[in-house]
Design a protein around this ligand. Structure first.
Ligand SMILES: Nc1ncnc2c1ncn2[C@@H]1O[C@H](COP(=O)(O)OP(=O)(O)O)[C@@H](O)[C@H]1O
Ligand SMILES: [Mg+2]
Length: 246
């Protein structure tokens, strides 16, 4: 579904990522983890057609990413929510779908707001919501778009620990039900392991993929997974890949 081949992206003299080759099969959930500045956002934006490769190439469902994105086949959740301040929570959830020329589904939008814990806030404007609530509206909006590919850039950064776990479990559930292909950027090691089928570790400047882990923990995963020795072993392995000398 997503194919990244020998990708490098530079901003002027600064090369953000280099030598990145990554294939994500349809329906997989891949997490990307790495320290700040290693090029995670650049990688995600390039997969989404918002940045252009300097060398190498990206395909999303066999198309150039800009085209997949224009057709509404790529949903984003950015680090900072990007809600329209003059629209209500419900309107924010529905408008992207309309923009992509897809039939409106107001009932489904309400249900998504309910699922992310915002029942009763359909009519609220972003300014009246907390940072975490706004981020949850952005997540509902991305899910509502109905894109096959979801690109999420540290989407839970503003949420408290418990809400973060709940949202992670919710996103996994929707991903399973709706067979999305997800690339999820995080700097939280437990989150990367809890959510991913595969966890890609990026390090360096420019950033490169230094290691890839298959996370073969059973699904559905819920909070009980966080306590399991198998989970903790994988967390330790990812931590080692992020911190060892290379
Ligand atoms: N629009 C931009 N213009 C110039 N440099 C950028 C831009 N975006 C990112 N960079 C640089 O590219 C590198 C990777 O940034 P980024 O992809 O945001 O990393 P991460 O998301 O892992 O923190 C950093 O050195 C950053 O300063
Ligand atoms: Mg980033």
């Amino acid at each position: 579904m997503i194919s990244v081949e020998d990708l490098a992206v530079s901003y002027g003299d600064v090369t953000a990522i280099e030598d990145v080759t990554l294939d994500v099969a349809a329906g997989r959930f891949v997490t990307v983890i790495g320290p700040s500045g290693c090029g995670k956002t650049t990688l995600l934006r390039t997969i989404g057609g918002l940045e252009s490769p300097t060398t190498g190439g990206v395909r999303v469902a066999g198309e150039p990413p800009e085209r997949a994105q224009r057709r509404g086949n790529v949903g984003f959740v950015f680090q900072q929510h990007t809600l329209l301040p003059w629209k209500t929570a419900l309107e924010n959830v529905t408008f992207l779908r309309r923009l992509a020329g897809k039939p409106s589904k107001p009932d489904a939008a309400r249900e998504l707001l309910d699922r992310v814990g915002l029942a009763g806030f359909e009519g609220a404007y972003p300014a009246t919501l907390s940072g975490g609530m706004r981020q949850r509206v952005a997540i509902a909006r991305a899910l509502h778009l109905g894109a096959d590919v979801l690109l999420m850039d540290e989407p839970f950064g503003e949420l408290d620990e418990l809400t973060r776990e709940t949202m992670g479990i919710e996103v996994s559930r929707v991903w399973r039900e709706e067979a999305k292909t997800v690339v999820f950027v995080t700097h939280s090691i437990p989150e990367a392991v809890l959510l991913g089928d595969r966890c890609v570790v990026v390090r360096g400047s420019p950033g490169r993929v230094v290691e890839t882990f298959d996370v073969d923990l059973p699904r559905p995963r819920d909070r009980s997974v966080l306590e399991s020795p198998a989970f903790q072993r994988r967390v330790a392995a990812v931590r080692a890949a992020l911190t060892d000398d290379r």
